[in-house]
Design a protein around this ligand. Structure first.
Ligand SMILES: *[C@@H]1O[C@H](CO)[C@@H](O)[C@H](O)[C@H]1NC(C)=O
Ligand SMILES: *[C@@H]1O[C@H](CO)[C@@H](O)[C@H](O)[C@H]1NC(C)=O
Ligand SMILES: *[C@@H]1O[C@H](CO)[C@@H](O)[C@H](O)[C@H]1NC(C)=O
Ligand SMILES: *[C@@H]1O[C@H](CO)[C@@H](O)[C@H](O)[C@H]1NC(C)=O
Ligand SMILES: *[C@@H]1O[C@H](CO)[C@@H](O)[C@H](O)[C@H]1NC(C)=O
Ligand SMILES: *[C@@H]1O[C@H](CO)[C@@H](O)[C@H](O)[C@H]1NC(C)=O
Ligand SMILES: *[C@@H]1O[C@H](CO)[C@@H](O)[C@H](O)[C@H]1NC(C)=O
Ligand SMILES: *[C@@H]1O[C@H](CO)[C@@H](O)[C@H](O)[C@H]1NC(C)=O
Ligand SMILES: *[C@@H]1O[C@H](CO)[C@@H](O)[C@H](O)[C@H]1NC(C)=O
Ligand SMILES: *[C@@H]1O[C@H](CO)[C@@H](O)[C@H](O)[C@H]1NC(C)=O
Ligand SMILES: *[C@@H]1O[C@H](CO)[C@@H](O)[C@H](O)[C@H]1NC(C)=O
Length: 664
């Protein structure tokens, strides 16, 4: 749905990049100023302060000067890995050059490799602007294009979510993946940090979607817009300085500038190249010592070693039982929101008036208190706009409670399967919900550092906030109960009949692709407004997936679409159904990753492969002789007919989760 309006797009190749800026625009239609006018003087004052301003130490500068019609606004942005001194000199070069090249335009923008400078009389802060845009591409062709594109897409989408979660000083991410032929693909994405998370994400999605126009099949390319930019190459074109974790602000080690950059500051290269290795070595030694010491004092999951942080958050996250008793009226029935797979959920109001949902875990965790606490702290770090936030926990009197943010508009199943309430969800909303769920899953699968597999994704686990933005709930439960398994076989199946991937249901094999399967079922349910378990058409009972596949193949796909959907483009609806069918394919390898799903949703220029045979529930029901869970399967399947019993807000009431996540 994202409309990318780029009015000014110029395609240039690396060889004919002009000296000075990579590219610049003087925007003639935005007004001119005359020499020595107020605007001119304000501009000079503002820009001359640029190189002395300390805000630049963060690689970002946003300032304005002047009053009324003569107010000038400027934004300077350095590439996230550029150190402050280079940043300053790059911006200093920019201001000189840009005012020379655009001697009387009120608005102008210029890009170097290392920085961007932009000014205007309009307010340009905190707004996402995708125009003007320019492209650059490497002249070399990529080998094994399809695989290259898949890997690249995954990389950029994962960087996208990482960068958009950055703080107000920096929204930047770099990373590499191994592509076809063991070559490494390096990627970089950046937004101006004054954008919101959503704006940054939208801007980058737009930029990524232009790769086919810009750099189709090339082994390197850039899409550069006013508010964000992306670049990928098969060599490392950025410095690894201070970006290892992408969180600390750039008060950092001096490191040599990019050896591959053809940038303006080659003068500084020699000096720095001599000094830096020595300094870097010393710093490295210090860091190693610190790390070793930390290791000694605490054994912890290796990718999350910010211990001081955690000790502190443990204190602030842990609530005592008495507080929760008061908040939930002693777990009164009146406060009960529903019964989820892991226990009942109560609405509570903390003493400061904040509303929360308290999940009282009724099952025994296999973990000791300390492990449980550590897991909660890790799960609490997962923060994304499409995930229900875990705000605290309680461990007392053998009780284990999880405290979540309260999400007011109940769950998706409450609307989508209800003859009347589904009218609240027109196509535009449904489409946004699909996109939001996809973003949340990409975060869980790829960006959160923990690689969480949800394992019980379903409509009742999708909560809706006051603006009907979807939030995934119950993620990380597998982590809270079982030992850490990111992929593997499990003898105990957690999940809900109708959403479970066949390999998981039958053999207990789970992976991110089993979540993709559940997502596919969910998309088909959202498009059709029907539950997967049992579509009755005449005397035939078919599950939705089979029904959708059959109609799709027979060219009658519009039969599947919810008849109450009167708005929205048929194309978009069909595309979603197509994506849904790709996700439920029987063949695990053919199911796309969530990152590719997100790209497919966002970009119409991505051609979708044809779906192959989906896994059939109808057949599997007879196949399902799994001794552990046969009763649960039945209850899951039959209960679905009693649709009326929805009381669920925070939890899954309707479809019984099959929960037996802990090995004995
Ligand atoms: C910027 O300048 C143009 C042309 O002089 C003018 O039309 C426009 O109103 C100005 N914008 C602001 C916000 O002052
Ligand atoms: C501004 O000046 C440029 C030449 O420097 C000219 O081409 C352009 O038409 C002028 N724009 C306006 C709005 O006067
Ligand atoms: C420019 O910088 C100087 C000194 O740093 C300061 O006194 C002056 O107020 C600044 N001017 C603007 C417009 O920020
Ligand atoms: C900025 O550029 C001007 C002109 O090139 C130069 O005279 C000045 O020393 C530079 N300032 C800094 C801080 O680099
Ligand atoms: C890249 O591929 C195009 C056709 O897809 C071809 O015309 C071009 O010569 C190739 N370039 C190189 C450098 O191999
Ligand atoms: C690729 O990224 C990993 C971290 O994800 C990093 O450790 C490694 O050094 C990078 N490789 C190169 C060649 O930059
Ligand atoms: C500059 O951007 C930061 C966020 O990055 C914002 O907090 C600040 O208000 C902005 N300054 C102006 C003058 O808009
Ligand atoms: C909750 O229970 C405590 C004792 O366990 C009791 O003192 C208190 O009155 C109860 N509160 C409510 C609202 O029932
Ligand atoms: C939990 O485990 C304890 C002992 O480990 C046992 O006594 C208790 O019955 C278990 N509770 C449940 C709900 O399984
Ligand atoms: C969602 O919640 C908000 C605030 O609680 C309410 O105003 C809105 O009507 C709700 N939307 C629906 C469709 O129920
Ligand atoms: C899971 O089990 C299958 C056979 O059921 C086996 O081929 C596979 O290697 C196992 N995977 C793991 C990670 O143990």
């Amino acid at each position: 749905m994202f409309l990318f309006l780029s009015i000014l797009i110029i395609l240039i190749h690396q060889t004919n990049a002009q000296p000075g800026f990579l590219y610049n625009f003087c925007l003639n239609d935005k007004g001119n100023y005359t020499a020595n006018s107020n605007y001119h003087n304000n501009l000079n004052t503002l820009l001359s302060n640029l190189s002395t301003n300390t805000q630049i130490d963060y690689g970002f500068y946003n300032f304005s000067y002047g009053l009324g019609n003569d107010k000038v606004n400027a934004i300077g942005l350095c590439r996230g890995d550029v150190k402050p001194d280079n940043c300053r000199s790059c911006l200093n070069d920019s201001r000189v050059l840009l005012t020379q090249l655009c001697p009387n335009q009120k608005e102008a923008i210029g890009w170097y490799d290392n920085c961007m400078l932009r000014y205007s009389n309009r307010s340009i802060f905190s707004t996402m602007e995708s125009s003007p845009t320019f492209y650059m591409s490497n002249r070399g062709n990529a080998t094994n294009v399809d695989q290259f594109n898949t890997v690249l897409t995954n990389l950029l989408n994962s960087l996208l979510s990482q960068a958009s979660l950055g703080d107000s000083r920096r929204k930047f991410a770099i990373g590499n993946v191994t592509g076809p032929g063991f070559q490494t693909i390096f990627g970089l994405v950046q937004c101006t940090p004054d954008l919101s998370e959503q704006e940054c994400s939208d801007c980058l999605v737009g930029a990524i979607s232009q790769i086919p126009q810009c750099c189709d099949n090339k082994k390197g390319g850039r899409v550069v817009t006013a508010s964000c930019n992306i670049r990928y190459e098969i060599y490392r074109f950025y410095e690894l300085a201070n970006v290892a974790t992408s969180s600390p602000p750039p008060k950092v080690l001096p490191l040599p500038p990019s050896p591959t950059g053809n940038s303006s500051n080659s003068r500084t290269v020699l000096v720095i190249a001599i000094v830096v290795p020595i300094v870097a070595f010393v710093i490295l030694v210090i860091i190693i010592c610190i790390c070793l010491r930390m290791r000694k004092s605490r054994k912890h999951i290796e990718d999350e070693a910010q211990n001081d942080d955690e000790i502190q958050s443990s204190e602030t996250l842990q609530l005592d039982f008495a507080t929760i008793m008061v908040a939930t009226n002693n777990f009164s029935d009146a406060n009960k929101l529903g019964q989820g797979g892991f226990g009942p959920v109560y609405k509570g109001t903390l003493s400061d008036g904040q509303e929360v949902a308290v999940k009282r875990l009724s099952v025994n965790s296999s973990q000791g208190d300390i492990e449980f606490k550590n897991e909660v702290l890790l799960v609490a770090k997962l923060q994304h706009r499409n995930l229900v936030k875990l705000q605290g926990f309680c461990l007392e009197r053998k009780e284990r409670l999880l405290v979540y943010e309260f999400v007011p508009n109940k769950s998706l199943d409450f609307f989508i399967f209800d003859q009347v309430k589904r009218a609240h969800l027109d196509w535009e909303r449904r489409y946004k919900i699909i996109g939001g769920i996809a973003r949340g899953l990409v975060y869980l699968h790829e960006d959160s550092r923990l690689r969480i597999i949800h394992r019980d994704l379903k409509a009742s686990n999708i909560l809706l906030d006051e603006v009907m933005n979807p939030k995934i709930s119950d993620f990380g439960m597998a982590r809270l109960f079982a030992t850490d398994q990111t992929q593997g076989n499990t003898s105990r199946v957690v999940g809900t009949y109708g959403y479970m991937a066949p390999e998981y249901m039958l053999y207990g094999q789970f992976s991110v692709k089993s979540d993709v399967f559940s997502f596919g079922v969910l998309v088909l349910e959202i498009v059709s407004g029907t539950k997967n378990s049992g579509v009755h058409r005449g005397e035939n009972v078919e599950d939705l997936v089979t029904y959708a596949w059959r109609n799709w193949r027979e060219g009658t796909a519009s039969n599947i679409v919810d008849p109450t959907l009167t708005d929205g483009s048929r194309n978009e609806i069909m595309r979603c159904m197509h994506i849904g069918l790709l996700c439920v394919q029987e063949n695990i390898a053919e199911r796309p990753s969530m990152a590719s799903v997100l790209l497919m949703l966002n970009s119409y220029s991505v051609t979708l492969p044809l779906p192959s045979q989906p896994a059939s529930f109808t057949n599997r029901r007879t196949l399902s002789t799994n001794p552990i869970h046969s009763e649960e399967y039945n209850s899951g399947a039959t209960k679905s007919s009693s649709e009326s019993q929805f009381q669920s807000v925070q939890a899954s009431v309707n479809e019984a989760s099959i929960t037996e996540p802990f090995p004995r």
